[in-house]
Design a protein around this ligand. Structure first.
Ligand SMILES: *Cc1c(COP(=O)(O)O)cnc(C)c1O
Length: 524
């Protein structure tokens, strides 16, 4: 295939096999080459005056070759990015059932608030007297998070859930060291069902990870935890509700056992959306928990967009909270930046980021909270749980539930037992869902379940939307059971790209684009 400059393009197949098109486009689904393949190197989209004679001051390091940036006009540039964006699938395009990720609607009101110039244009090095409103917002958000979780302190600065885990575990490490147990308490218990970031976090700061095995009911059992407890255990990292979509019924007993052994309870709060306004982690004995603002409190995520993972801390860990934090002093807000300014018995373990964290995320999250109110946030959790159970009930006769057909929290976990002898795998089902216009569910996670399919609809979806989603999955399930394997193994048939060799992409990634014609030649 040739692109608009008549050069072979790396873009996909022309049309479909049955109906090839001249351009390679599929009607409105336009094939889009790379910017470097469209642009010419001898033109520029902007008119710049020739620079006046000047004396180079780069000591001979100035560029001798053409810079090699594609020159494009504004409409060409615009079309390139708009076309790419049209190939994207997001929560604004359709249902996004990616379990554990809480892909919920991000109300436009939140976006408007985040774009208020007083929030969007603040600079982290501005004098604090000029950013009192922004600091007040951070203080208010922190107060809401502490209240919703019944904890003592909050560290707002971590920039993602995994970063929050690191923050919480560093606070735990600091507390252990303050007690003089740093050399002896070096083990962290992590259930097999945990998100991979949990053991990675513990290992990163020098803890040994001891797994707690999964049971056939999907729950972590207090006896299994007790068996592994000893004077060497620093903490447990437990996800609640867990990654199997279940509330841990023994969580309070586990917390007690952990505390009796002199250890700390880190809770992975990524699934907080199931219990906001219903259960407070502080009441369950949690010592530290990250909250993914970009999951529970809306705010856009995915595609590497900014996240925010504030950590709430119990009274035992509050003194070790990192700087910076917002404090009220003499009627105005200040940002405490230095450990020795923290005051009282506080002994911050240091800091997580250069500045204060993700301002835009704070604004969106507080906007979400204020617009919902406490009753609305509780209802959002209830609706999220109801929606997941509606999907469970709608599919339980065709797809298999690894822990029996019992109520789930805000996500429902299926395994691949229902695909036995069909020749179709979890991956194939996910690819067939793409042809049906859906982003696939989370696959092969948690690891404790074979061929896992973790579906989280969130509270955003209407009954009509859920009914269509269920009907689509029922249709796929019937196809698989009736031997229509072709619908699966060749899928996706209709996506801009067909099935990719993901293993090869991961093992031998192509990290640098090489021009199909040398830049110098193209510039002639
Ligand atoms: C999303 C998630 C994380 C990590 O959060 P990020 O914001 O992606 O870093 C950790 N644990 C669980 C269970 C999650 O779902």
């Amino acid at each position: 295939m040739l692109n608009r400059q008549g050069r072979p393009s790396s873009a996909g197949q022309a049309g479909t096999a049955e109906h090839p098109t001249f351009t390679g486009n599929k009607a409105l689904a336009q094939i889009e080459p790379l910017l470097f393949e469209i642009g010419r190197y001898d033109t520029t989209g902007v008119d710049l005056d020739e620079p006046e004679d000047f004396k180079p001051r780069l000591g001979g390091l100035e560029r001798k070759e053409p810079i090699g940036l594609p020159g494009l006009s504004e409409p060409e540039t615009m079309r390139h990015y708009v076309r790419l964006s049209q190939q994207n699938y997001g929560i604004d395009t359709g249902l996004f059932p990616l379990g554990s990720c809480t892909m919920k609607h991000n109300a436009r009101l939140n976006e408007r608030m985040a774009r208020l110039p007083g929030f969007s244009d603040v600079h982290p090095l501005q004098p604090v007297s000029t950013v009192q409103g922004a600091l007040e917002l951070m203080n208010e958000l922190g107060r809401y998070l502490v209240t919703l979780t019944n904890m003592t302190a909050v560290a707002l600065s971590p920039k993602a859930g995994a970063h929050g885990e690191l923050c919480g575990m560093m606070a735990i490490k600091a507390a252990i060291e303050a007690k003089g147990e740093g050399a002896t308490r070096n083990v962290v218990l992590v259930p097999d069902s945990a998100h991979g970031t949990n053991p990675a976090t513990a290992a990163l700061i020098g803890f040994k990870v001891k797994p707690v095995p999964a049971r056939e009911d999907g729950w972590v059992h207090v006896e299994d935890v007790k068996e592994r407890l000893g004077p060497d255990v620093a903490a447990i990292m437990l996800t609640n509700p867990n990654t199997c979509g279940l509330f841990e019924p023994q969580v309070a007993e586990i917390a007690k056992a952990i505390h009796d052994a002199g250890a700390y309870f880190y809770c992975d709060g990524a699934n907080f959306n199931a219990i906001v306004g219903k259960a407070k982690p502080g009441d369950l004995g949690v010592d530290a928990m990250h909250i993914n603002l970009h999951k529970t409190f809306s705010t856009p995520h995915g595609g590497g967009g900014p996240g925010s993972g504030p950590v709430v801390l119990s009274a035992r860990l509050a003194p070790f909270a990192p700087v910076p934090f917002v404090r009220m002093k003499d009627g105005s807000f200040e940002l405490v930046e230095q450990n020795n300014e923290a005051g009282g018995t506080a002994a911050p373990f240091g800091r997580m980021t250069a500045f204060h964290g993700q301002m835009g995320m704070y604004v969106r999250a507080l906007s979400y909270m204020l617009s919902h109110g406490s009753d609305g946030m509780k209802q959002a959790s209830e609706d999220a749980v109801l929606n997941a159970n509606y999907i469970r009930a709608g599919l339980a006769d065709l797809m298999s539930l690894p822990f029996g057909n019992k109520p789930c929290m805000h996500e429902v976990l299926f395994d691949d037992a229902w695909l036995k002898d069909t020749g179709v795998t979890t991956l194939d089902v996910a690819k067939a869902m793409i042809d049906e216009g859906y982003h696939p569910m989370t696959m092969y996670f948690p690891l404790v379940v074979h061929g896992a399919m973790l579906i989280e609809p969130t509270e955003s979806e209407s009954k009509a939307s859920l009914d269509l989603f269920i009907a689509m999955l029922r249709d796929l399930a019937m196809s698989a059971k009736n031997g229509d394997t072709e619908r699966f193994t060749g899928a996706p048939y209709h996506a801009p790209r067909r099935r990719l060799d993901e293993t090869r992409a991961a093992r031998t990634p192509v990290l640098k684009w090489t021009p199909s014609a040398p830049v110098a030649e193209a510039a002639e």
